[in-house]
Design a protein around this ligand. Structure first.
Ligand code: BTN
Length: 327
């Protein structure tokens, strides 16, 4: 057991009561400096450890705390050995995942409770306040063509929906490309980035970043998103151990989809949750068309949006954004 693990176990056994740093150091045969270092590491991983002069340390027991131990224990039970790194605060989990990519060829999942520089698609910011959401980035090295790999973000949308449905029973929908909605509000966005090899143009790695809004921010959402953004738990009550359970759930679902023999396995699950099929939409900025209107007829096997435009032409949009037009 590492010093950090010993310190955590010790604090846990004290059940929210204070214990002095000296007692802890004596009982665990660790120096006071070692205890201090371990406490700091645990804090960075999300644990709320209070330190009071003349009293010592105590683990503040909270209902929904994202933690390295919490996520890993759940994954361990499922025999999933993907490496995870949990932060209380991160700049952007996508950026951290990319730093890992430079140093290792292993897959890893970076998870944070809060981002100071959360990024969205099209250069937008992704509002990532402390305690209200979950920010997860998968660094993956899939052995597939770049064309197929672009579908991994659609797979991630299905994975998030399945994890949410299993944990909460809520009925979430996917708005192409891969935003997730609950009761008409966006509760999750996905940003996928990748790097290709200059030698042969193959995919070196990809980072799939998922941001899920769980609880309403204390001061509400910023003006630019307040009419469109929503949360998974608008009721306001903290859900028991939800951040760890949802992290492990998303990891499980995406790992299963990626491990499935057929890369198209997720498509039926994607289509059945689509909130666009059958709707008339405005094409805001398509990869192949720009502007205009059309009716969404389906999602093809490449996860393109099939739109019949007003002049009868059918187009497969590979990227871009659409908004539903209400009559
Ligand atoms: C969007 O809706 O525009 C995509 C938002 C993606 C946000 C996630 S949060 C985890 C990861 N880290 C980031 O900086 N962005 C993604």
């Amino acid at each position: 057991m590492t010093t950090k693990e010993k310190v955590f176990k010790y604090l846990e056994e004290h059940n929210g009561n204070f214990t002095s740093g000296q007692d802890m150091a004596d009982d665990l045969y660790v120096t006071r400096a070692g205890i201090w270092k371990a406490v700091n590491t645990l804090r960075k991983e999300g644990y709320n450890i209070e330190a009071v002069t003349n009293k010592g340390y105590r683990l503040v027991l909270e209902k929904d705390v994202l933690s390295q131990k919490g996520v890993d224990e759940l994954l361990h039970k499922e025999k999933n050995d993907i490496k995870t790194v949990v932060f209380d605060e991160a700049t952007s989990t996508n950026d951290i995942a990319k730093e890992y990519a430079g140093n290792s060829s292993d897959d890893v999942v970076i998870i944070a409770n809060h981002q100071t520089k959360g990024r969205g698609r099209r250069g937008r910011n992704f509002y990532s306040p402390k305690g209200c959401g979950l920010y997860i980035s998968f660094l993956l090295h899939p052995k597939m063509s770049i064309e197929k790999a672009t579908q991994v973000s659609c797979m991630a949308a299905v994975a998030v929906c399945k994890a949410i449905e299993k944990l909460t029973g809520k009925d979430v929908k996917i708005k192409w490309v891969n935003d997730i909605f609950l009761d008409g509000k966006k509760i999750c966005g996905i940003l996928t980035e990748g790097a290709t090899s200059l030698e042969d143009g193959s995919l070196s790695y990809m980072v799939v970043g998922i941001g899920i809004n769980l609880y309403l921010p204390k001061d509400g959402f910023p003006d630019d998103i307040k009419n469109t953004a929503g949360v998974l738990f608008p009721e306001g009550e903290l859900e028991e151990n939800m951040k760890n359970r949802l992290s492990a759930g998303v990891i499980r679902e995406l790992t299963n989809l990626l491990g499935s023999g057929d890369v198209n396995d997720y498509l039926e699950d994607y289509r059945s949750r689509s909130m666009l099929i059958g709707n008339y939409v405005k094409i805001l900025n398509g990869g192949t068309v720009s502007g205009g209107y059309g009716k969404v007829e389906g999602i093809d096997d490449e996860c393109h949006l099939i739109v019949r435009r007003d002049n009868g032409e059918v187009e497969a949009l590979s990227s871009g954004e659409v908004s539903v037009v209400k009559y």
